[in-house]
Design a protein around this ligand. Structure first.
Ligand code: NOJ
Length: 522
């Protein structure tokens, strides 16, 4: 089907941490290829891979030096082609990551800009500006901490909304636009099915460069977007209209997914209007607490805003930038309650209309590793925040595949994994869970199998059923129901239904706290 993306379940692979074939302790493309069977067995439709391009790896590859070459850490150019071919052979589509907001400071354009000096055409591809005396041109902050400007020896400053090694491109420059359209063609020609757009809401900057008037470090999401000088400017949509045309050159079925941290579903919907991108991550759902009322509100707001533009919703619980949801849902109550809620959240997410994104390791019930030794921390946030924010490494620890001790089959070599794995993950290896239908992996496989077969699931609409406080209950036609009990007390099944799948055993025929069930008519 050409519109496969409307209800696809996509599995995010953080390449560094998925599987290592060459034995250097870091995941690579050959490792990923060798483990694609895990994804086919899981029952997902597609895989999204984080950047594999040539990079100094200051931000795990989101600092791209050459968008058309594979970094030697991850393999060779032909490994990428082989990976796409093998995925297709297994019936999996491939979505790659493109990083248009910034390049690496090693990129040929940035090196040329530094060499050419103030006022040169080379500098015009980035945002170079004079300072205000000794102060930077504006008070903008880097998402990773500290000022968003760095001064070069000739006195000018350049903008970087992320690390100083990630200078922001000037998207008002026609060569920047042409370059990215060209590299989309480069990868579509190599067979990829889709592109995830990094920082899709950040490409344009207010040319007047006004101050923010705030020193808030937590600025990934705009506090007041209408006035914001660099997030979610209206002009970004012209860029995506042009990109949609590029995808169209390769026939239907080549798609985009936007990483756009905007604060309202109606703003998100603007990215997925019919002539723009196909889908966008729904971070409101990811950020929502384990609370029935709050979840219902997010679900309704999302569906309303996206339906208005004819786009499907895309639900997501975790990714490589946020604390794993087992830990988020655990709160103070400990990891086991967190896992119980994560199981229920999966059944909720996969029953909602639209598509879903899974993040590697959630199918194993992995938690955030919160006690990584400081010496191991690699996220630029740690240094940039003056060691006040540990950053995102805790959700990026290499996967445990098999065996009873680290590296748990992640690597064949003796080199330690790039982040250390907790010993207790011996209980959570893919090998161990595959043998146990009651495991987290067993639940993911069972739920994805039902989702593939049941005509009510995927794209479409839902209807809420009356339910008491703390309980979410809805139907999808034909003949499917989902009930999630987020309250402290057990609740009854809706009349005339029987359970198709449950996130945990029922008690006396009732749905216990923090359990979700999928229902059919009895
Ligand atoms: C979002 C990516 O997901 C994140 O990992 C990265 O650090 C920033 N964009 C900057 O590229």
């Amino acid at each position: 089907m050409n519109e496969w993306w409307r209800d696809a379940v996509v599995y995010e692979v953080y390449v560094r941490s998925f599987a290592d074939a060459d034995g250097d302790g870091t995941g690579d493309l050959a490792g990923l290829r060798s483990r694609l069977g895990h994804l086919a067995d899981l029952g997902v439709d597609a895989v999204w891979t984080t950047p594999w391009y040539r990079s100094p790896m200051v931000d795990g590859g989101y600092d791209v030096e050459d968008h058309r070459a594979v970094d030697p850490l991850f393999g060779t150019d032909s490994d990428a082609v082989d990976l796409v071919a093998e995925a297709h052979r297994l019936g999996l589509r491939v979505i790659i990551d493109v990083v248009p907001n910034h390049t690496s400071d090693h990129h040929r354009w940035f090196r040329a800009a530094l060499a050419a000096g103030p006022g040169s055409p080379e500098r015009a591809r980035y945002h170079f500006r004079p300072g205000r005396g000794e102060a930077p041109p504006t008070d903008w902050r880097s998402v990773f901490g500290g000022p968003a400007w760095t001064r070069v020896p000739d006195g000018e400053w350049y903008l970087h909304l992320f690390a100083p090694e990630q200078p922001d491109l000037n998207w008002d420059h026609p060569e920047v636009r042409a370059e990215f359209e060209d590299l989309l063609r480069f990868w579509f020609t190599r067979g990829v099915d889709g592109v995830r757009i990094d920082v899709a809401h950040g490409l344009l900057k207010d040319p007047r460069f006004p101050d923010l008037g705030s020193d808030d470090e937590e600025i990934v999401r705009p506090p007041d977007r209408s006035a914001h000088p660099h997030w979610d400017l209206d002009g970004v949509h012209d860029i995506y209209r042009a990109w949609r045309k590029v995808a169209g050159e390769f026939g239907p079925g080549r798609v985009f997914v936007a990483e756009a941290w905007v604060d309202r579903p109606d703003r998100l919907a603007r990215y997925v209007r019919p002539d723009e991108l196909h889908t966008a991550f729904n971070f409101e759902f990811l950020l929502c607490d384990w609370d029935a009322g709050a979840l219902r509100e997010v679900i309704d707001r999302t569906l309303e805003a996206l339906t208005a533009v004819g786009a499907p919703a895309t639900w997501v619980l975790s990714n490589h930038d946020v604390v794993r949801h087992v830990t988020r849902f655990a709160g103070e109550s400990g990891l086991e309650p967190g896992r119980r809620r994560a199981r229920a959240a999966l059944l909720l997410m996969l029953a909602l209309p639209g598509g879903a994104y899974l993040y590697q390791g959630e199918e194993l019930g992995l938690e955030e590793v919160e006690d990584l030794p400081e010496a191991a921390l690699a996220d630029p946030t740690w240094e940039r925040s003056g060691h006040t924010r540990r950053g995102r490494d805790g959700c990026r620890v290499p996967l445990p595949w098999s065996g009873t001790a680290p590296p748990f089959g992640f690597t064949a070599g003796d080199t330690p994994t790039w982040l250390p794995q907790p010993d207790h993950w011996r209980e959570l290896t893919a090998e161990k869970q595959a043998a146990d239908p009651g495991s987290m992996l067993g639940l993911y496989r069972a739920a994805l199998a039902v989702r593939r077969e049941h005509p009510a699931l995927g794209d479409g609409t839902l209807a809420w059923l009356p339910a008491r406080d703390g309980v979410l209950s809805f139907t999808r036609e034909p003949g499917f129901g989902c009930l999630v009990n987020l309250s402290a007390d057990p609740c009854e099944l809706p009349e005339g239904t029987r359970v198709l799948l449950a996130s945990a055993p029922l008690e006396d025929g009732r749905v216990p706290a923090d359990v979700a069930v999928w229902l059919v008519r009895s």
